[in-house]
Design a protein. Structure first.
Length: 367
């Protein structure tokens, strides 16, 4: 089998999220008025097509150039079944251009698509290629945007709770907002807190003491810069709140450094940012060695989400999957991949489980 074509497909789907989306400007410098995704479609001479996803939103223009003009020409004619050797070769050849960011994002989308092809060729879902599934359903946590206003926070936490979510993640950075969330959720719902690297070490320790009465299940990326592993380790030891990080790590060596520093209780590889399925397998193995829980960052609704689901079902003893709590005008997989009572059912189709709806792509595709 040979790779005959690699193309990128950008989709922009309007959404609401229970309040003003303006605070999403904290994530990348400008407001997200649509849920933007960059898909990678790999075609073969045997008629098998694979789908992947690269990290999107504001970085899409840069990553798209990498896929279209650098990665794709290097892969045409290659055997898509030789995933490990191809991905290793690409990493070697491209390492001088960066071991993170758009280069690794591009390779992540390609890797997902190749594993999708591998599953389709074998006539099996991806989890079968990874040793088999441990479950049919996965607990999902509702991942909310940053609302800031405690009343809006409370309203959206209550909405997620009423939809059956028993795990809810906030992106708030103030104590009143977290307090409002806890009151709305009640004592039996797990509340996680992702603050997106805002504080110094001293600020993070002080804030952690104020947040502890609200019983956060974890505190995610509390310090700037995110690679300050020494400060994460201090926060973990001093505050008694489990620390989570890893969505900004790209290579297996970066994950090794993070875990070796005893900086985290939960590691959060992001499939579309760190190498796809091939690297996720290594992170799971490494986490077992360091006795760290893996909860993937999957703030996606495309192949990045399916990859997180398939790998978690196969490789995690206690799978928990992030669900982006957006009310989208349309979904790439329709009703096939939507939580019910806070759980995501594992799609059993070949490869990643199902393909994006061509009608949705046609309607929301961006030139």
């Amino acid at each position: 089998m040979k790779t005959t074509k690699i193309e990128t497909v950008e989709v922009r789907i309007p959404y609401t999220a229970g309040g003003s989306a303006a605070e999403t400007g904290a994530w990348g410098g400008k407001e997200w008025s649509t849920a933007d995704a960059l898909l990678v479609k790999v075609s073969t001479d045997q008629g098998i097509t694979g789908w992947g996803e690269v990290f999107g939103y504001n970085v899409i223009p840069a990553t798209r150039v990498i896929v279209d003009e650098i990665v794709a020409p290097m892969c045409i004619g290659a055997d898509p079944g030789e995933i490990e050797s191809l991905m290793t070769d690409l990493q070697h050849k491209l390492h001088i251009f960066g071991r993170g960011g758009p280069i690794i994002y591009a390779l992540s989308g390609l890797d997902m698509a190749l594993w999708d092809i591998a599953g389709k060729k074998a006539g099996q879902p991806l989890h079968h290629l990874l040793g088999g599934k441990r479950c049919d359903e996965l607990d999902a946590y509702a991942s909310l945007i940053r609302y800031t206003d405690p009343d809006v926070v409370a309203a959206n936490v209550a909405r997620a709770r009423d939809l059956g979510f028993r795990h809810i993640k906030l992106h708030e950075i103030t104590v009143p907002a977290v307090a409002a969330a806890r009151e709305a959720a009640g004592p039996d719902v797990s509340i996680m807190l992702d603050v997106n690297c805002p504080w110094t070490l001293d600020e993070a320790v002080a804030m952690s003491k104020q947040l502890r009465p609200y019983n956060p299940a974890w505190l995610e990326e509390p310090v700037w810069p995110p690679e300050d592993h020494a400060s994460l380790a201090i926060i973990r030891k001093r505050t008694g709140i489990p620390v989570a990080a890893g969505e900004n790590a790209a290579t297996i060596e970066q994950f090794r450094t993070l875990m070796a520093a005893e900086a985290i209780d939960i590691v959060q590889p992001s499939p579309a940012k760190m190498g796809g399925v091939s690297e996720l397998r290594k992170v799971f193995a490494l986490a077992k060695e360091f006795d760290v829980r893996v909860v993937q960052h999957s703030f996606y609704e495309g192949p990045g989400l399916l990859t997180a689901m398939q790998t978690s079902a196969a490789l995690s003893l206690d799978p928990l999957v992030e669900w982006r709590f957006f009310d989208c005008e349309a979904r790439l997989y329709g009703s096939n991949v939507v939580p019910v009572d806070g759980k995501l059912r594992l799609p059993e189709g070949q490869g990643l489980g199902c393909d994006p709806d061509p009608g949705v792509i046609e309607r929301y595709r961006s030139a």
